[in-house]
Write a protein that binds this ligand. Structure first.
Ligand code: NAP
Length: 534
């Protein structure tokens, strides 16, 4: 089973022992003692290995391989030897391939303290030969891996490089599967997170996770808490289905928190990851093709966000998949689904989420929207989905926008495709008593500008009229627009409702099961409250 190793930067014996104890409590299997900065105390290393609460990897990484040790090689190797000579041997010793290849003397010295076919002493420490590239994928990646595989004393191959794209992760998964020896293949950086979280799915020897966010010894290492609680480490197996949010940026997406919790809640064998894909159709096409075409990943679906909502439509069309008619009209899709036969479909769960959130507040189904007057504020991406949804259900839609031409383009384009008439007015003509439903699709009032509103509403502005006011902004949960509307007696709908409902619809598309909507809502609200912005 793939193990979790927590790296510990050793600065003192007591602090390292305390961190090792914390690693046990966090659920780690191993600690990696990074002794790069602790080489002046070789006599304390064997006691550290002996007293650490978990089996150890001992590593003294030189600066030329991305570590902090800047002394000579003779001292470095003798310090590693010292760590191995106590009553309890380290589980692993990590030595850089480059150093191992360079010097027969190093090979001979390391050979004395690790287990290998010619070892005559009762030694159990396994040699990890490692290679790291902080700039990107090394050109001679496969040569390096072959050299490790061919070294008789090497028990574990470790290859780590900085991911430029999602495709790097797929290469790491293939490497793990193809090697004759236990292998660690990890990608650094934000784009490399899947290689770390899915190491267990592909049977890697181990993955690394930190005790705290600032304790990473390589870029992109998750915390052990995130690995276990957010990314479902203990539930991931070879057959686990893989989902994610494709976009750029994606690191602050709430998708992983809500979908992974939902999978856990209903017992679905799935994991949902942030999948950063650089802007442009070329990057989208090559990354997603690599991701989907690796059958052993079992990719079943993805959320797609800025800047790739249009790219998803094109990709699915190019691959002969099915595009939902209204997603085509809107010109954007946010959901990719792959059925059991490998057929792709693209759909848009945003417009349905917006409609259903409003209907729930009105206590009606979608047929109740016919004939209602709807004021859509804004003419960007979200407004497109909202306009399409309401117009399709025979509501009378007027777009109010700062840039009238942009609104007119949206209305005309939509009219050409659907035959519906959508009116356009400048934003300064917006009044609170003119429509049955208002939908704010601008960022006016969003954190940190929480004092702003696209439509001030005084307590006496509505004169008995009580429209439904829906703000698609979800941070803060209650915007100034919603606060004033509530105090004037209106029914209000927060952007949280739309966000949760579009995610719930994705969940159902992918799993065929009803989504645990209350749990999803709780998680979104909790994360927004924890961020302190609401
Ligand atoms: P977008 O494509 O950039 O469009 C923004 C719209 O807001 C444009 O029409 C723009 O007018 C208008 N606008 C921006 N700043 C303005 C200002 N200071 N004064 C007047 N008008 C202004 O953005 P989007 O992707 O549609 O997103 C809009 C909002 O939707 C976001 O801010 C977010 O809060 C919300 N959202 C909610 C969800 C959810 O699930 N609840 C999901 C995504 C987004 P011009 O045309 O004149 O530039």
């Amino acid at each position: 089973m793939t193990k979790i190793a927590v790296p510990i930067t050793v600065l003192s014996l007591d602090d390292a022992l305390r961190d090792a104890a914390a690693a046990v409590r966090a659920g780690a299997d191993l600690v990696e003692l990074r002794i790069d900065r602790f080489t002046d105390h070789p006599e304390q290393l064997a006691p550290l290995v002996e007293r650490a609460a978990l089996p150890c990897i001992v590593t003294c990484r030189p600066t030329w391989e991305g570590g902090a040790y800047d002394g000579d090689e003779t001292t470095r190797i003798s310090v590693l030897e010292a760590a191995c000579l106590g009553p309890r041997q380290p589980a692993y010793l990590d030595v850089e391939l480059a150093a191992y290849q360079r010097s027969a003397n190093i090979r001979q010295k390391i050979g004395l303290v690790v287990d290998h076919p010619g070892q005559v002493r009762p030694v159990t420490t396994k040699l990890i030969l490692s290679s790291h590239d902080f700039d990107g994928r090394p050109v001679e990646l496969h040569e390096r891996v072959r050299a490790m595989a061919d070294a008789p004393a090497c028990r574990v191959i470790k290859i780590v490089w900085t991911a430029q794209s999602l495709a790097d992760n797929v290469e790491a998964f293939r490497l793990i599967a193809d090697q004759p020896k236990p292998t660690i293949a990890l990608c650094m950086g934000e784009a490399g997170l899947p290689s770390r979280v899915l190491a267990g799915k592909f049977g890697a020897e181990l993955t690394f996770a930190t005790l705290a966010r600032d304790a990473a010894t390589a870029p992109g290492q998750p915390t052990i808490r995130d690995l276990k609680d957010l990314y479902r480490w203990d539930a991931i197996g070879a057959a686990t289905r893989v989902y994610g949010v494709i976009g750029d940026p994606v690191s602050h997406s709430m998708g992983p928190a809500i979908h992974n919790a939902a999978f856990g809640e209903v017992g679905h064998d799935g994991v949902y990851l942030p999948l950063r894909v650089r802007p442009g159709y070329g990057a989208f096409e090559s990354d997603i093709a690599a991701w989907l075409d690796h059958d052993e990943l079992h990719v079943v679906g993805a959320s797609v966000t800025i800047p790739h909502k249009q790219n998803l439509l094109r990709f699915v069309r190019d691959r002969g998949g099915r595009v939902e008619a209204l997603a085509e009209t809107i010109g954007a899709a946010n959901t990719l689904a792959i059925d059991g036969g490998g057929a792709l479909s693209a759909s848009n769960t945003d417009y349905a989420a917006a409609l259903d959130a409003v209907c729930a507040a009105m206590g009606t189904d979608r047929s109740g929207l016919a004939g209602k007057t709807v004021a859509v504020i804004g003419a960007g991406g979200v407004a497109r989905a909202v306009v399409a949804g309401f117009a399709q259900h025979d509501a009378n839609v007027t777009i109010y926008n700062r840039t009238v031409e942009r609104a007119r383009e949206l209305a005309d384009g939509f009219g050409r495709q659907s035959g519906a008439t959508v009116l356009v007015k400048p934003l300064d003509q917006l009044r609170a008593d003119g429509a049955d439903i208002y939908v704010n699709c601008t960022p006016i009032g969003m954190h940190p500008n929480t004092g702003e509103t696209p439509m001030p509403i005084g307590d006496n502005d509505l004169a008995g009229h009580a429209p439904v006011i829906f703000d698609t902004i979800y941070n803060p949960i209650e915007t100034r627009l919603l606060r004033e509307a509530r105090s004037a007696g209106c029914k209000t709908v927060s952007g949280v409702e739309m966000f949760v409902r579009q995610a719930a619809a994705q969940f159902t598309l992918w799993t065929g099961q009803p989504a645990p909507v209350d749990l999803m809502r709780r998680i979104v609200e909790q994360r927004l409250n924890d961020s302190g912005n609401t």
